[in-house]
Design a protein. Structure first.
Lengths: 153, 329
């Protein structure tokens, strides 16, 4: 039984499948993220959705380190039990400034979706090494996104 | 008689206007930063809030043009300049810088992938190493005292200037034989080189040393909030032997993965102020859009010198700020 030799051009076409799929998912995600970012920012700046920190008072805080900023804005405006870090922004999404996190999170999360999208294609092509690397990348990015990795000064 | 400046003068006038706008914003920024510090001491009212987003929008617009023309990412200009001359704390500037570099990379990614200029097979192993290391870099950067990070940032920016001045570029590096690892991983490709009207086959070598260098690049990108195009391109092109266009496109695409991991760490720590992020993203994207259109008629050497000058200036400012020394500006 002879070996079927695949033409070089066809081989390359096949290797492009996951690349084109990745590009398509990325394109949709970026447009969606940017639209959400601009809309939520417009709602925030226009005052349609009231922010946690009034715009006029913002310059009084942003020279502080992130630790001091979160403490000060929480004590003076948010009055939460804990400062807003990690995914806690979801609990204050009704505030105009935190509403903007939706678009930012979409932009920061689209790469994970792209990787998840190409894993089945790689697996179907029996490209185990790349499917494994893509799965590990999803784990790495999910770990970063989870908020488990806490640090501080 | 037309008022429009034509010919070679157009570029001189354009760059002069750009630098003047940049200087104006930096001057305003510097004065206002001082005013905010004084206000904090004396309890006097702080300047109108909107001046900052507007200043950032103008600054990042000019940066976007210069970055596109000078062949650098937005983050490498954004972090040292904004941290040096604006009142925002370095924590927020790094978070914002990462998002600026990330959004530029995300926007460019689909086009480069579809044109087959960025290679997913080359990017996946490199990104895995760089993104994991960028997380550690971000954690180190957030754990260290601000003045230490600011000083190290300044030293890094001056190092980038040296790399930009001495690193040669090779359009089509001579890779006689793909190395063992890249052969196993089937990292090779083909793209259409429009300027030559030819289809270029490429492969890479020295894969292991190249991957090891991305450990360092990932840590630095996360630590300082810089996009790392300044380091990605030389490693992909000169060390691993990818053609220059493939290196530039894959580097830009890589940032969308590397910066994502570091951006999440900053985001989860709360280092994101939307009033900084959104004007910066809009400014840099509009500037890049104009910059790419100007690229056809630009004089790259002149723009490159302007970018190097800006980096020298902001690197020196970062070091003096970190060390608490006076700066002439």
């Amino acid at each position: 039984m002879g070996t079927i030799v695949m033409p070089k051009a066809l081989m390359r076409r096949r290797s492009d499948d996951e690349q084109l799929l990745y590009a398509s998912i990325l394109e949709v995600g970026v447009y969606l993220g940017l639209v959400v970012l601009l809309v939520t920012f417009a709602l925030y700046v226009s005052g349609a959705v009231a922010p946690s920190v009034p715009l006029r008072e913002l310059p009084g805080y942003w020279h502080l380190s992130v630790h001091d900023y979160l403490e000060a804005t929480n004590v003076e405006h948010l009055h939460h039990e804990h400062v807003i870090t990690g995914w806690a922004w979801i609990s204050v999404i009704g505030k105009g400034d935190y509403l903007n996190f939706l678009g930012i999170v979409l932009l920061a999360g689209v790469t994970i979706v792209c990787y998840l999208g190409i894993i089945p294609t790689l697996a179907r092509k029996h490209d185990r090494v790349y499917a494994t690397m893509a799965a590990i990348e999803v784990l790495v990015l999910t770990l970063a996104a989870s908020g488990v990795l806490a640090v501080g000064h | 008689m037309s008022w429009v400046v034509r010919g070679p003068w157009r570029w001189g006038v354009g760059i002069a206007v750009g630098i003047a706008a940049l200087w104006l914003v930096l001057w305003v920024g510097s004065s206002e930063a001082w005013a905010v510090q004084q206000a904090a001491i004396t309890g006097a009212p702080v300047t109108a809030w909107w001046i900052w987003p507007v200043a950032l929008l103008v600054l990042t617009f000019v940066m976007g043009i210069l970055a596109a023309l000078g062949g650098v990412g937005g983050g490498v200009l954004f972090v040292p300049i904004v941290s040096g001359f604006f009142p925002f704390h370095l924590d927020f500037v790094r978070g914002c810088g990462l998002l600026v570099a990330l959004s530029g990379a995300l926007a460019a990614g689909p086009g480069f992938l579809k044109m087959n200029l960025a290679s997913l097979r080359l990017a996946i192993p490199v990104a895995l190493i760089a993104s994991a290391c960028a997380i550690f870099g971000a954690m180190i950067g957030l754990a260290l005292p601000t003045n230490v990070v600011q000083t190290a940032l300044g030293a890094t920016i001056l190092g980038i200037v040296v790399i930009m001045m001495v690193a040669r570029k090779s359009e089509f590096p001579d890779v006689r034989e793909a190395d063992h690892l890249s052969s196993i991983l089937r990292i090779h490709g083909v793209y259409r080189e429009a300027s030559l009207g030819q289809t270029i086959d490429w492969k890479i070598h020295r894969t292991i040393p190249g991957l090891l260098l991305f450990v360092v690049i990932g840590v630095m990108a996360g630590m300082f909030g810089l996009g790392a195009g300044w380091a990605n391109v030389p490693v992909l092109n000169l060390v691993m032997g990818a053609p220059l266009k493939v290196s530039v496109a894959t580097s830009k695409f890589l940032l969308s993965i590397t910066d994502t991991s570091a951006a999440w760490v900053y985001l989860n720590q709360g280092c994101v102020i939307p009033m900084m992020v959104v004007p910066s993203l809009v400014g840099i994207m509009l500037g890049s859009f104009i910059g790419v259109r100007l690229l056809r008629t630009a004089k790259p050497r002149v723009v490159r010198h302007v970018v190097i000058g800006l980096l020298l200036f902001s690197g020196a400012k970062a070091i003096t700020k970190g060390l608490g020394l006076p700066f002439f500006f």
